[in-house]
Unconditional design. Sequence first.
Length: 147
Amino acid sequence: MTLEEPTKVMESVGTALEKVLMAVDSEGRLTAGVYEAAKLLNVSVDGVALCLLTAEPVELEEDLALQIHFTLLQAFCAENEIAVALLTEPARLNALLPVDTDGAPRDCHCVLISVNPPDPALDTVTDFCLRSIYTDQWVPTIVLPER
């Protein structure tokens, strides 16, 4: 394996995640916000395929409550075999997701993506996340492509 191969894998995973995010909201398969995510996980854990945790690195270091939320979500997802990934560019994620029904930007600290219908791009992302666990990277970081 050359040094370029992991970079290409990361680019393809980022592109696959972008495709997933662009499709899931219109299909009603996206839940955004820590509180909304917790409610969904409490009711329908089997219907969730991917949990995205998003924060600026500085925000994550300074916000103790956010660290606790993320730790609890990571543990819950690991226990229930839900793929988890970290995004360090919330602005890029916000740009991909439409605003809420009231016109406000969504809380994107936690985004859940539901399983149905089957989606090859989602499978690419979840497989990458699960493989990362086996290579000692507890929560992989995914970089969305620049536009």
